[in-house]
Design a protein. Structure first.
Length: 359
């Protein structure tokens, strides 16, 4: 097609009431062209100019005001580790916060927003020690608290508070750790028993308290997590760990982890006695409680947290240190439209800490 050149420096279109239609197409359809060319990118919904501002000619977005848009989020912190000892308490689930199905959070294009994925807390480092709390997960101003570590056998220690509280050990029958701050989870259960019937309480979960050790050396069950369909999969998140069990090697059973990634506790010299089960990766589940075995004490770590965002933006830019939709920053990342309604995308952050910027 021939190119028509306009020889005057002034084009007067003031008599027209409509708009001037630019070339438009997807990001992939851009070509290396002439300095000063304009186009509309149909993927990013931004007007772009081909220019050389850095010594290299490239397409750049025209400067414009930030555009607000709505985001739904799920922010789950790392789960707490299991306590160590003869009947250790289980780890509590990481704090659970979401606005999915409610009022969207208003963000702006062109603004960097911080994401941090909290790792799970390790189990008790030695016999009779508490498990460690999980780390917080963060999106922008939304912080979910790490899950509380389960209580070890040692005298004087208390089960840890957290997003959901850790379970008590056999010598802390008064109760488990509290959910703190309130509203992100539930308390852990109490341990119980005496020689040889030792047992730990279950860790609290996002959907229920951890159960108390029921007696006869049986561990308490972890509190159930909550389902969330923000990515179209309706998975459970933030289940509490199951308490450890010790009954002289006889018929006691460990507590099962709550739905949502909580790990099962350890049974003294019983099936699976080589280790308790960790909380699920990227679920925020609490770790299973320990029990002293003939091969030494074994405890479990909490599961790492997760941040999931849902919005209408098809692409975003990541800073260094964060992994989103299996893409490690820095660089661009595509939203995932799998199982999403038309025009909706999700961004699932699973590791690290960094920024995300929508355009």
């Amino acid at each position: 097609m021939a190119t028509t050149k306009v020889t005057t420096d002034v084009i007067d279109m003031s008599g027209n009431a409509g708009g001037l239609t630019w070339v438009k197409g997807t990001t992939a359809q851009r070509t290396t062209t002439t300095i000063g060319d304009l186009r509309e990118d149909t993927d990013t919904k931004r007007t772009q100019v081909y220019t050389d501002q850095t010594g290299t000619a490239e397409w750049r977005n025209l400067k414009e005001a930030d555009i607000p848009f709505g985001v739904e989020y799920l922010v789950v912190a790392g789960g707490g580790g299991g306590g160590d000892g003869s009947g250790g308490g289980a780890g509590g689930a990481g704090g659970y916060r979401t606005n999915y199905g409610g009022t969207a959070l208003s963000l702006n294009t062109g603004t960097n927003y911080t994401i941090t994925i909290g790792p799970g807390g390790p189990g008790g480092a030695s016999v009779n020690t508490n498990g460690s709390n999980g780390d917080d997960s963060v999106f922008n101003t939304i912080t979910s608290a790490g899950g509380g570590g389960g209580r070890g056998e040692g005298p004087g220690s208390l089960p840890n508070s957290g997003g959901s509280g850790g379970g008590g050990s056999f010598n802390s029958p008064s109760g488990g750790g509290a959910a703190s701050p309130a509203g992100q989870g539930n308390a852990g259960g109490a341990g119980g028993g005496g020689n040889p019937d030792y047992a730990g309480g279950g860790g609290g979960g996002a959907g229920a308290v951890g159960s108390n050790a029921p007696g006869s050396g049986n561990g308490g069950f972890g509190g159930v997590g909550l389902q969330n369909n923000i990515d179209g999969l309706n998975n459970f998140y933030a289940g509490g760990g199951g308490g450890g069990a010790q009954n002289g090697g006889s018929s006691a059973t460990p507590g099962s982890g709550g739905a949502g990634g909580g790990g099962t506790g350890l049974y003294y010299n019983g099936p699976g006695a080589s280790s308790a089960n960790n909380g699920g990766v990227n679920t925020g589940g609490g770790g299973g409680g320990g029990a002293f075995t003939s091969s030494g004490s074994r405890v479990a770590s909490g599961g790492s947290g997760i941040v999931i965002l849902r919005c209408t933006k098809a692409t975003a830019t990541l800073g260094a240190g964060i992994t989103v939709n299996s893409t490690a920053g820095p660089g661009s990342v595509n939203g995932d439209s799998t199982n999403m309604p038309a025009g909706q995308y999700f961004y699932k952050a699973t590791l690290g800490s960094g920024t995300i910027t929508f355009s």
